[in-house]
Design a protein around this ligand. Structure first.
Ligand code: ATP
Ligand code: MG
Length: 392
């Protein structure tokens, strides 16, 4: 079976001998589903630091070690990477806190995982699938199932993961797993997660092609209202996001999929501090819904529209257009956003304007007129500039 993973061949050659490694998690799941990715998740019963270094050297890449113990990422060939971790057991001192980690066996390691379909291993170089929780059965039944009833209490991020796999694979949580997810959500456990952990889950969930399916599921489980900040998932958001994605493709808008998706879920005026986004992302995620509403509601001339649209561009005008198909906003995407003055400060200097604030003022006025369609070409811009200078 492992021969279906061509990438693994190279890694095995580089290893030379088996060294107690197993392929695990997503690697095994995707292999059994017949859609092997390029991600390699490997577990070793024993330390991995040295092995990671050796592998990196032989593959011509580099190894980065993480965390308290036993986690390494080997990156090679420009973008390929493999995760190498030491088999461990985990115990959760309290709900939603980070686990206490100790070295363990491969079976311990499978027992700390999120779902049965992710809790299988294949010994390298090739052996029988280790499958203590009947992950294979659940793959056939297209089921997402937790390993034990405390799973979502230990780690509520798994609820986001369950939804992500449901949507991506076209699977469904079994009745008990869904019940447990609802209980954890209704008990407020999601709010106990740190902002960065929620952020990472939202980015992963909203960044996938099937994000709209996940958004509906979030609403159904009331997960949207259970996070800080509260979000509003639902049919409205999904319809908006579908239109928004079409528009983003049409106008070749370059904004991360997760971010514009999040903006369809955030209520205008809602702060998103808790998510600890980068300054840039936070400004857009908070600003775009507010600015989009203004763009939809207000009567604006070309210049004012361009100024407002630019405030949280490209997200806000995109969101506004997804809310209401407005020809003025289409005009912004097709034309106005590309408008640049042809005259420059040098031209003004030639007309006798000395350096100083007046230069910026005249250029701003010219830009305003150009955006309002009053100036067609460089000649018209120069004529208007002359007039403004003469009026001094
Ligand atoms: P993807 O295709 O999205 O990468 P994946 O299954 O490889 O899916 P990762 O997030 O890369 O997911 O994690 C690798 C493996 O680690 C998972 O398959 C799962 O077994 C385990 N894992 C990840 N996150 C958790 C978690 N919160 N709780 C338990 N196990 C987890
Ligand atoms: Mg993975």
């Amino acid at each position: 079976m492992l021969e279906r993973l061509p990438e693994l061949g190279r890694v095995l050659d580089a290893l030379g001998e088996p060294r107690g490694l197993h392929a695990v998690g997503g690697t095994v799941r995707d292999l059994l589903l017949g859609s092997p990715g390029t991600d390699l998740d490997l577990v070793r019963e024993g330390p991995v630091e040295e092995l990671a270094g050796e592998l990196a050297e032989r593959l011509g890449g580099r190894a980065v070690l993480h965390g308290r113990f036993g986690t390494a990422v080997v990156t090679y060939d420009d973008g390929k990477h493999l995760d190498l971790i030491q088999a461990r057991s985990e115990t959760y001192p309290e709900p939603a806190a980070l686990p206490v980690v100790e070295p363990g066996t491969i079976v311990d390691d499978l027992g700390r995982r999120d779902f049965t379909i992710n809790a299988m291993a294949i010994p390298l170089p090739d052996g029988e699938v280790l499958d203590p929780f009947d992950g294979r059965g659940d793959l056939e039944r297209k089921t997402i199932r937790v390993l034990h009833p405390r799973s979502f209490l230990d780690d509520p991020t798994r609820i986001f993961r369950a939804i992500r796999y449901e949507s991506r694979l076209g699977f469904r949580m079994d009745h008990e797993t869904e019940q447990l997810a609802r209980e954890a959500i209704d008990a407020g456990l999601v709010r106990r997660l740190s902002g960065p952990r929620v952020r990472e889950e939202l980015i992963a969930l909203l960044g996938e092609p099937e994000a709209t399916t996940s958004i509906l599921r979030m609403a159904e489980l009331r997960l949207d209202q259970a996070v800080d900040p509260p979000l509003r998932a639902g049919l409205n958001a999904v319809q908006r996001l579908n239109r928004l994605r079409g528009l983003a493709a049409e106008y070749e808008v370059d904004a991360p999929a997760w971010r514009v998706a999040l903006e369809t879920l955030v209520e205008p005026g809602q702060g998103v501090d808790a998510l600890a986004l980068t300054k840039h992302d936070q400004r857009l995620v908070e600003g775009a819904p507010v600015t989009a509403r203004e763009l939809v509601d207000r009567e604006l001339d070309g210049a004012d529209l361009a100024d407002l649209a630019a405030r949280h561009a490209p997200d806000a005008p995109l969101l506004a257009l997804a809310i209401r198909d407005d020809p003025r906003l289409r005009d912004w995407f097709e034309r106005l956003r590309h408008v640049r003055l042809e005259v420059t400060g040098d031209d003004l200097a030639e007309l006798g304007v000395r350096e100083g604030p007046r230069v910026g003022e005249i250029l701003a006025e010219l830009r305003r007129r150009k955006l309002n369609g009053e100036l067609d070409d460089r000649e018209a811009e120069l004529a208007a500039a002359r007039e403004l200078v003469a009026d001094e």
